[in-house]
Ligand binder design. Structure first.
Ligand code: UFG
Length: 330
């Protein structure tokens, strides 16, 4: 019996593949390599290159393998890009989920763990954010992820496919040995950009807005280490295998860091100056996102091991210094 990890060549997916392999699961990966990297996939996993939306390809995978459950990472995930190309997000994310649930139903695979996001909440009404808070996204990325959560809900009602939606906050870090890490092209996320500046591959960081209603005027985010996320997926998979009901969990540290505080922490870790300038606000950015992740800690028994923003930056820095051009394939 194998766990199928769709999108297992991406940043978070590849860390989950690695973690499942290290914990002796049989792992099958599907990825179209549109944004992922073949070299990021642990060699113990069996890899099928192809697109989730291609039903005949997906049927081939399900025909060849005995799939116990699915972990779904294959989605576009960049907030500003989604503002410019909303329909691409509906096609890849929403239609991709449609096909996946259809094929799972055809093959009677009844468990799915899904990468959802804090972006489904939009501008929060209260901080920290609880799973029961209103989900009103402020960008197409969040809208598509919310639609995907709802599709799973109705697929559960109709076909009995159980799901766990893991709503991540801001993910950072890398496998501590620096063998896999974050490599997006183009890079839009704060921590890798800050470290590119520290490394000298970029001249400076532009901070998008300093007139938000926060302590220093810059956006506040809640950072979670990618290895802790990987373990949360394993726990969620086991939770479903134990016959539990569908559920949603926030994954964060419950502590907020402003963009300026992240730059300060990166200066401390790297010992580099990291020049910054202030630019205009980026469309679609909520002011503050901080998770209440008590539920994941109590129900899934999730115990983050790297719950510390300097550790997150340190591990990302190890990856960055060992692999200044990332995987070097794009
Ligand atoms: N930022 C800058 N300059 C940059 C890049 C980012 O100031 O060059 C700022 C952004 O404006 C934001 C913060 O850094 O205030 C974090 O931005 P990221 O792009 O790193 O991350 P987001 O918060 O936009 O989004 C991430 C994930 C989403 C997820 C969200 C949840 O990409 O998938 O976190 O908080 F939904």
């Amino acid at each position: 019996m194998s766990v199928l990890i769709v999108g297992g060549a991406g940043y978070i997916g590849s860390h989950a593949v690695d973690w499942f392999c290290e914990n002796n699961y049989e792992v099958v990966v599907v990825d179209n390599l549109s944004t992922g990297h073949k070299d990021a996939i642990n060699k113990k996993a069996k890899f099928y290159e192809g697109d989730l939306r291609d039903k005949s390809f997906m049927r081939r995978v399900f025909d060849n393998e005995v799939i116990d459950g699915v972990i779904h990472f294959a989605a576009f995930s960049i907030v500003p890009e989604s503002m410019k190309k909303p329909l691409d997000y509906y096609d890849n994310n929403v239609y991709g989920m449609n096909v996946l649930l259809e094929i799972m139903n055809e093959y009677s695979v009844k468990n799915i763990v899904f990468s959802s996001t804090a972006a489904t909440y939009g501008e929060p009404k209260q901080i920290p954010i609880k799973e029961t808070d209103p989900q009103v996204p402020t960008n197409p990325y969040g809208e598509t992820k919310l639609a995907m959560e709802k599709m799973m809900h109705w697929a559960d009602t109709a076909y009995g496919i159980k799901f766990v939606a893991l709503r991540y906050f801001n993910v950072g870090g890398a496998k501590p040995d620096g063998s896999i890490g974050e490599d997006h092209n183009p890079e839009t996320h704060l921590t890798p950009i800050v470290l590119d500046v520290a490394h000298g591959t970029r001249n400076e960081l532009t901070i998008f807005g300093n007139d938000y209603d926060t302590t220093d005027g810059t956006n506040v985010r809640d950072y979670v280490h990618v290895m802790d996320l990987a373990e949360a997926h394993r726990l969620a998979f086991e939770y479903l295998k134990a016959g539990n009901d569908s559920n949603a969990f926030n994954l964060g540290s419950s502590t907020g860091f402003s963009n300026l505080q992240i730059v300060e922490a990166a200066r401390k870790v790297t010992g580099k100056e990291i020049p910054t300038k202030i630019g205009p606000r980026r469309p679609g950015d909520p002011s503050t996102l901080i998770a209440d992740s008590t539920k994941a800690r109590t129900v899934l028994n999730w115990k983050p091991k790297y719950d510390n923003v300097e550790k997150i930056i340190q591990d990302a820095w190890t990856w960055e210094t060992k692999n200044p051009s990332g995987y070097g394939d794009k």
